[in-house]
Design a protein around this ligand. Structure first.
Ligand SMILES: *Cc1c(COP(=O)(O)O)cnc(C)c1O
Length: 391
């Protein structure tokens, strides 16, 4: 699988028309709600194609467009739209292709709010949602009915890292005119080129690696110009879950260093993973690169490089030992989310009774997820070791 075309050009120059803004190296934050037209005729032309013009910032905004162009190019997609969060991106993408009476098939352990979208919100509008394991493409094929209009994938997922065979599922869906939507947040466009593999719409929580500094919520949907235009004229303009110009500018700043951050994080995570795999107090390590991982063939087929996410299950009889271990950690902040410069720990036991969260029962209650940041592996391993000693 090929790397996105000329990564350096995309991250440093693509979409940046510096002559438009005093040859400034860094683009301005165009903090303007609307754009003025020199005359009525120009206004008429611009509103006729708002997707390609500047009319109102709920539509297109020059600062936001720079980020969208770069992420589309990284994904090898014709176009992309930015959203105020990854959850908004997933929901808008689904709404843009679904109608009442349709059915959506979705992986059974997606991001929690994707699950809530499929299991409760869409049902209210007459869209039946069905969850399935999806590790076997034949299971997906067998689940398809005449009503199936969309297949929602997340490969790998962000807790236990199951993958789907994207080529096989895309082929099955395309042959029947069914849309595919992939949450590609884990891999990033650098790690997995889903459009090239046949997926129609690729979404990200740009809050995670794309921004990488834990200071912005953002989402993106990339795909063909046709699908992205439909999305624009549908849920994008009507729901208005946009990314602000200021947040787009911060995201652009984070995106510049994506390749170096990911390289460093993948290297550190590999060292931490090998340490955890050998540890006598660890019952199981979950990662697409773990020795015990059952889908390593797909890791080699679909993923270009490592990531900073991995989970463990302790050799412990009581959930309280999970609490003790996690509380003991000093260099890992206890927090949801992932993909930033800082290492985090997320114990599933800590969120099991989050009232609004629909957590799949198949995720082990003792699961502890780590998001490895930019600290050195020595520092992180020393911290893990002292916490293991304490239980
Ligand atoms: C965080 C996350 C989301 C949601 O993104 P937000 O930016 O938090 O709305 C969606 N999918 C995955 C895999 C995530 O980790």
């Amino acid at each position: 699988m090929s790397e996105p075309k000329d990564l350096s050009y995309i991250l440093t120059h693509l979409g940046e028309d510096r002559a438009q803004y005093f040859d400034a190296v860094i683009p301005p934050i165009v903090q303007s709600a609307m754009f003025a037209h020199p005359n009525v005729a120009t206004m008429r032309t611009r509103v006729a194609d708002e997707f390609s013009s500047h009319v109102y910032t709920r539509g297109q905004n020059p600062t936001v467009e720079i980020v969208a162009k770069k992420i589309a190019a990284l994904e090898g997609a014709e176009a992309a739209l930015m959203f105020g969060s990854g959850a908004a991106a997933m929901a808008a993408a689904a709404l843009s292709v679904l109608r009442a009476g349709d059915e959506v098939l979705c992986v059974d352990k997606p991001y929690a709010w994707t699950r809530t979208l499929v299991k409760s919100h869409l049902q209210r509008f007459g869209v039946n949602g069905r969850l399935l394991d999806a590790r076997d493409p034949a299971e997906v094929e067998a689940a398809i009915t005449d009503q199936t209009r969309l297949i929602i994938l997340e490969s790998p997922n962000s807790l236990t890292f199951e993958q789907q065979d994207l080529v096989a599922i895309a082929r099955i869906a395309r042959a029947r005119g069914i849309f595919t939507l992939l949450d590609n947040s884990f891999a990033t466009p650098l790690g997995q080129s889903a459009i090239e593999l046949g997926i129609d719409l690729v979404a990200h929580s740009a809050t995670k690696y794309l921004n990488g500094h834990s200071d912005v919520l953002a989402g993106v949907v990339a795909g063909s110009e046709k699908l992205i235009r439909d999305l624009f004229h549908g849920p994008y303009m009507t729901l208005g879950a946009i990314l602000s110009p200021h947040d787009a500018w911060l995201l652009l700043r984070g995106l510049r260093t994506l390749p170096v951050r990911l390289k460093q994080i993948a290297e550190t995570t590999d060292t931490v993973l090998r340490y955890l795999e050998r540890h006598p107090k660890v019952a199981r390590v979950h990662s697409p690169w773990a020795q015990s991982y059952s889908q390593f063939g797909l890791t080699q087929q679909q993923l270009r490089h490592g990531s900073g996410l991995l989970s463990i299950e302790l050799k412990a009889d009581r959930v309280e030992q999970v609490d003790q271990f996690v509380d003991r950690l000093d260099r890992f902040l206890i927090a949801a989310s992932w993909g930033g410069y800082e290492s985090l720990v997320f114990p599933v036991a800590g969120v099991r009774n989050w009232p609004s969260l629909d957590f799949p029962a198949s995720v082990p209650v003792g699961l502890i997820r780590f998001s490895i940041g930019l600290e050195s592996s020595d520092v992180l391993i020393a911290d893990l070791e002292q916490a293991f000693q304490a239980i």
